[in-house]
Write a protein that binds this ligand. Structure first.
Ligand code: SF4
Length: 212
């Protein structure tokens, strides 16, 4: 569970993101509403959450150079990664099954505000798990997988973003794939953190994010 300090940092990140991307957020609003209207969907009415989703889409655009889903980092599988561009190829099946897409950006046309709020709560619970964090060492393995995408929820990048708000000093991160290492390298660069990685004798990767 995030403490008060972590919660304050989350609000600080929100304000910074909003300020940094404020012009691009307007463009996002236009394509999101156009897509929703064309598909007979509703856009999440919770203004702060909706704005956060747009900020995360823009952060991903800077990190990966494309309109990546705000809830999943690139997997390294080109075909799957194409399907993860927002609005993703999984959204329709998500909405049919649960009333909203995975990230709760879009919902059924008749979904009321309460339905969106419930979906949002579930998503926040999934993305605020008890991290496998021991001191300054985060093991990102073992998270449950989304059945449609086959990707962990939350993935390594989302876990690291959470852990960076909880740990002072350097963060050591255990990840399973080379592509997760590449994603963390991009994140480190964007956040002005030092970066190093090594493949251990157990065939896993140990990444160090250094606060300079
Ligand atoms: S789950 Fe929703 S927000 Fe995420 S990519 Fe799909 S449509 Fe976009």
């Amino acid at each position: 569970m995030a403490g008060l300090g972590a919660t304050i940092k989350m609000y600080r990140d929100f304000v910074r993101g909003w300020w940094k991307y404020r012009k691009r957020l307007q463009h996002d609003d236009a394509w999101i509403r156009k897509y929703a209207a064309a598909k007979g969907l509703r856009v999440n009415p919770h203004r702060m959450f909706y704005t956060n989703l747009k900020i995360w889409i823009e952060e991903n655009r800077d990190l990966y150079g494309r309109q990546q889903c705000p809830c999943f980092e690139p997997s390294g599988d080109p075909e799957l990664d194409r399907k993860l561009l927002c609005p993703c190829k999984f959204a329709e099946a998500d909405i049919q099954a649960h009333g909203t897409c995975h990230c709760v950006l879009f919902g059924r046309g008749d979904l009321d505000d309460r339905g969106f709020a419930l979906a949002e709560k579930n998503l926040q619970r999934e993305y605020r798990p008890k991290l496998n964090l021991s001191g300054n060492r985060l093991d990102t393995r073992g998270m449950p997988k989304d059945p449609r995408r086959g990707l962990p929820v939350p993935d390594a990048t989302h876990q690291v973003k959470q852990a960076l708000n909880m740990v002072k000093g350097d963060l050591v991160v255990i990840v399973e794939t080379e592509h997760a290492v590449e994603n963390l390298k991009r994140l480190a660069h964007a956040r002005g953190l030092g970066f190093s990685s090594q493949l251990t004798s157990q065939g896993i990767y140990e990444v160090t994010l250094q606060r300079t």
